[in-house]
Every structure is written in structure tokens, then in C-alpha cells.
Write a protein that binds this ligand. Sequence first.
Ligand SMILES: NC(=O)c1ccc[n+]([C@@H]2O[C@H](COP(=O)([O-])OP(=O)(O)OC[C@H]3O[C@@H](n4cnc5c(N)ncnc54)[C@H](OP(=O)(O)O)[C@@H]3O)[C@@H](O)[C@H]2O)c1
Length: 329
Amino acid sequence: MTTREVRLTSLPHGSITAENFGVFDADMGRAESGQVRVRVRRLGVNAGLAGRIGGSATAYGPGIGVGDVPASDAIVEVIDSTDPAFRPGDLAVGKSPWRIESVLDSADLRAIPRPKSDDELTSYLTILGHVGFTAYTGLTQFGEVRSSDVVAISGAAGGVGSCAVQFAKARGATVIGIAGSAQKVALLTDVLGADRAINRHDGAVVDQLRHAAPGGIDLFYDNVGGEQLEAALEVLNPHGRVVICGAIGQPAGPANYRNLIYQELTMRGFTVTAHEEGRPAFEAEVGAWLREGVVQSVHTLYAGLDRIPDAFASMLSGGTTGRAIVTLD
Ligand SMILES: NC(=O)c1ccc[n+]([C@@H]2O[C@H](COP(=O)([O-])OP(=O)(O)OC[C@H]3O[C@@H](n4cnc5c(N)ncnc54)[C@H](OP(=O)(O)O)[C@@H]3O)[C@@H](O)[C@H]2O)c1
């Protein structure tokens, strides 16, 4: 049985580009005991993969070398199953290689109900998916977000960030989003409910952040690191909190980390996959917000397996809004 897959074909020199990948025919193998054969309906691409390309393993998975097929979270439809818990036609979320069809361990899949619309289906990769769970865990469990907080969020119009902005607003906080274009700034304030938003290309982020938060910030949710983290460390109020969710391509930590001492700040990192116990609370609260129309799925769609490399490279360079998702229907 054959399928089509996307492989890494060369290591990037500098930024990752679509040309570092190619599409190939591949043998698929049969489902053994405890496995299901699935057709991939939607694939979300993750910024976290970039750190493993040409590198070593991280908490998210093994290093990805030339010839390897990356994997990311997906909505799949079961074709054949050796597990009585899954029947042909069932939908599930899990991690899938970048392939049209795959054989996956059924224990790694979570069944989802068949939604009424394509939009509802996509929300299992956004607001109700891995990026939503990440934003919720970071903000509520580690950031302990409160309604009295002024919260700044970097990468605010991205996959995790667009969820974090909406969740912090839903919890009653004042929210300042930092993003990379005028269009994203407009999305943050006009659609997602951020109180203020900053374009990181419009001048020094520290000056813009001071202007947007004259009374300082209480919580910084960081998807990016670098200049944006250093800016937040200048503007955080005494006893402020920093949640380190991601550090896109940042080779070094903040030069002004001594502000943790002077302002008695707390900085906390987390890996969401180590906190699965929080999923029921996440699904209950965010599921209710979604039904009530308090939050919405934000995504950029690409159609077809051949577009996965474009979607991935564009997401990494700031070209996508919300979660970058490839439809394989
Ligand atoms: N801790 C965890 O368990 C966990 C789980 C999932 C994801 N993450 C992390 O969460 C972060 C967001 O992931 P995501 O998949 O949702 O990606 P994303 O935010 O959709 O995409 C990355 C965005 O980062 C922004 N960015 C800001 N400064 C950048 C720079 N110097 N270089 C490149 N991009 C820059 C870009 O948006 P703008 O141009 O708009 O700024 C870009 O679109 C990543 O750091 C990821 O590793 C952590």
C-alpha cells in the first residue's frame, strides 16, 4: 500500500524554507495489533519543530534529519482498525507524520465527535487543540492569570498566542498583544478583543510596551524570547510573573535578567505534554467559551500535502495568522 509524504531533503542554511522539503511516494505498511490506519484530514504545523530540524531531540520529540518525515498534530479519520475502540469513519486527534495516510498507535489518539461544520472540525487543532491547551496551561496553571492583571503576550497573533489573548480576555484581564504586522495588530484589537496591540517592527518594543502599559504589566506570556522578553523585563511591575512558553530561534537569554532580582519577578517555563492532567478543566472551560461565542478559532488554511512546506516556512517567518493548518481532504 502506498501513500505520499513530505520529507526533509536538505538542512537549512539560516532560515528554514519550503525548498528544504520534498514530496515522495512511500510504503505505508499494515496496521498491527493496537494500531489504526488513518487518512489525515487536517495537519497543524508547529513552530516547536524548527528547533529539532538538523538538531537533537527536545521535549517535543527526536531530532529531524535529512530523509526524515516530520510529524505534527492532526485530525485523522479511521480507515481500518485493529482496536475495538475505533471504527472506520471515526474522527480522532493525535500526532501524524506529514503523510496522506498513516498507521498510528490507537493509544496515542483521542476520539472526537463528528462536528457539524468544517470550522468546528478545525477548532480541534486550534482553540480546543494542542495550541489552545498550551495557552490555557501556561496562562492559568503557571501564570495564574487574574482579572486584575495587565497581561502582555508575544507572538500574540500566532497559533498559541491567538488562544492566549482570547483566554486572558475571557478571564477578565487587560491584554496587550505583540505581533509582526499592521494586519495582525488589527486582528488582535478588532476581532480578538485585545485592549492594545503593538507591531514589533514599528520601533523599539520596550518603548512601545511602556506606552501601551503606562502602569506596567503584571504577567508576560512569552512565545518568542529575545527583544520582546527583554522589553517585558523592563516593564513588569514588582512581583510580576513571566511564563516562558517558547523562544523562537533565540540563541541566548535576556541580557537584563537581573531585573528578576530588583523587581522580585518569577519566571517559569513549562512543557505542556507533561501536564495532561489539566486537560479536563481546559476542555470544560474553553469548550463553554467556544459554545458561548466568547472565543473563536483563528487559523490560516493551506490546501494539499504539497503546501505543507510553504505553510511551515511561512508560519516560521511570521506570514501566517493564528494556527497554520493544511487541509488534506
Ligand atoms: N511550552 C510548550 O509546551 C509549547 C507547546 C506548543 C508551542 N510552544 C511554543 O509556542 C510558540 C508559538 O508556537 P506556534 O506553533 O503557535 O507558532 P506561531 O506563533 O503561530 O508562529 C511563530 C510566530 O512567532 C513570531 N515571531 C516573533 N518574533 C520572531 C522572530 N524573531 N523570528 C521568527 N518568528 C518570530 C512570528 O509572528 P509575528 O511576526 O506576528 O511576531 C511567527 O509567526 C513557539 O515558541 C513554540 O515553540 C510551546
